[in-house]
Design a protein around this ligand. Structure first.
Ligand SMILES: [Zn+2]
Length: 109
């Protein structure tokens, strides 16, 4: 899909299954998850190592919430159209499922 937003998992990915589909972890400007408030200062691309840009999707590893990077590195809740698009993205859904499982194991949910 041309010009599709990139996807990221944010926060500590310790506990994520090795070799899932995540790229290298990299530091990003600290921003709070729009759902659970976890401060996310790192991100791993889903099958890439690019830095997050405004409009890219981010799955919080604290709660599995779908966030979107806004200008300045802040995180916001997705629009209904972004939620619809994300629901059709199998790899993004796999990351959300893995993040949900991780959050359950950490007993945050
Ligand atoms: Zn969260």
């Amino acid at each position: 899909m041309a010009n599709a937003p990139e996807k990221y998992a944010g926060g500590s990915n310790r506990g994520m299954e090795e070799g899932l589909i995540l790229g290298d972890k990299q530091r990003v400007p600290a921003a709070h998850c729009a759902y659970c408030g976890q401060l996310n200062d790192a991100a791993s691309g889903v099958e890439h190592n690019a830095k997050p840009q405004p409009g890219d999707a981010m799955v919080c590893l604290g709660c599995s919430g779908l966030n979107v990077y806004a200008e300045g590195g802040k995180l916001r809740r997705p629009t209904p159209e972004e939620v619809k698009r994300a629901s059709k993205d199998l790899k993004l859904q796999m990351v959300r499922l893995a993040a949900f499982k991780l959050a359950l194991e950490r007993k945050k949910l």
